[in-house]
Design a protein around this ligand. Structure first.
Ligand code: AHM
Ligand code: MG
Length: 343
């Protein structure tokens, strides 16, 4: 009896989202439906990512496969899949993706019913890792439209502070496919069961350890960093007189995978500015802000190393870059203090 109950008492992501929505009597269900749309996109992208190693057999990118379909690059495929899964539903007024220079206003058939939400996403982050079978991810960020009221949204609707996000999350195509998201009430993780095609609640209420065991940074850039960053990374590596213990290093070079590992096990990830990339490499709206929302909701922190929390940075450009230090709260606080002393 107990055994069969355990086997059937799984919580699908649909049920979880619905139960969360019931906590908000004012909710219209539109955000829930948008999250369902993203789940569907995640499953489609996951299926395609799982076949990535077969492109040599089934057809090269740009060639026509046996079904007569042109093989798309996976990041373009992921961009289109997310876009197509949300643009006909009337729930979003504009989408913007790291793959596309300009935001894509969503035309609405009926002007009285214009989408309430703005979707920003990085369709396939770490795509240079696809060819070598290393984990990659999709990152998404949802805002309420705030600049326009009806019709398609505008660039100004996209340029909101991370603090205004109403939901954010990521999909990690790793040893299993996971979807991790927050709507501001903790962080919850779901694992895709490929046999039934459902995301099942596997990691409820994820909490980031206050002090991390790992530091994650591309140390090949050491000579291009400012002295303050060198002090911070040196302290994570060697310890700093009781202020911080020496940590172990882990760096995949695939942001979602690096952040996910550190979220689960405790750690700090850094992508600082350097002399070649004075604004840093990562994008504020598609990468830093959504991941900062997730990590803060799990009890961690995220800063730009220039004196601001990532969630308080006001974007001025769609593809704006930012330095990023993110992860376990005490480690980020230590980095912040050392950088302030070095300024
Ligand atoms: P991408 O958006 O072009 O995929 O680049 C972002 C990726 C992140 O996943 C990762 O954290 C970073 O680039 C790694 O950069 P580097 O190779 O300089 O360490
Ligand atoms: Mg990216």
């Amino acid at each position: 009896m107990a055994r069969s109950q355990a086997q059937t008492s799984v919580i699908t992501i649909e049920r979880f989202i619905m139960e969360q929505e019931r906590l908000h009597p004012e909710a219209t269900g539109e955000l829930s439906n948008l999250l369902y749309d993203l789940c569907l996109a995640a499953k489609i992208i996951s299926r395609q990512v799982r076949r990535a190693g077969l492109t040599d057999i089934l057809g090269e990118i740009g060639t026509t496969n046996v079904q007569g379909e042109v093989q798309q690059k996976l990041d373009v495929f992921a961009h289109d899949t997310v876009r197509h899964s949300v643009e006909h539903t009337g729930r979003v007024c504009i989408v913007a993706s790291e793959e596309e220079e300009q935001p894509i206003p969503v035309q609405v058939r009926d002007d009285r019913r214009s989408g309430k939400y703005v979707l920003l996403y990085d369709p396939l982050d770490g795509s240079s890792n696809i060819g070598v079978n290393v984990s990659i991810g999709t990152i998404f960020s949802i805002h309420r439209r705030n600049a326009t009221k009806r019709g398609p949204g505008s660039l100004a609707d996209c340029l909101q502070k991370g603090r205004a996000q109403i939901a954010a999350g990521y999909i990690l195509y790793g040893s299993s496919t996971m979807l991790v998201y927050t709507t501001g009430q903790g962080v919850h993780g779901f694992t895709l069961d490929p046999t039934i095609g459902e995301f099942l609640l596997s990691h409820p209420d994820i909490r980031s350890p206050a002090v991390g065991q790992y530091y994650s940074v591309n140390e090949s850039h050491w000579n291009k960093w400012a002295p303050g960053i060198q002090r911070v990374v040196g302290a994570f590596k060697n310890g700093d007189h009781g202020r911080v213990e020496a940590k172990n290093a882990r760096y995949i070079g695939s942001l979602v995978a690096d952040i996910h590992r550190n979220l689960m096990s405790g750690g700090v990830f850094l992508y600082p500015a350097d002399t070649n990339a004075p604004q840093g490499k990562l994008r504020l709206l598609y990468e830093a802000a959504p991941l900062a929302f997730v990590v803060e909701q799990a009890g961690g922190a995220a800063i730009d190393g220039l004196g601001q929390d990532i969630l308080d940075v006001a974007p001025t450009e769609l593809h704006q870059r930012t330095p990023l230090i993110i992860g376990s709260k005490q480690d980020v606080a230590f980095a912040s203090a050392v950088l302030a002393e070095s300024r």
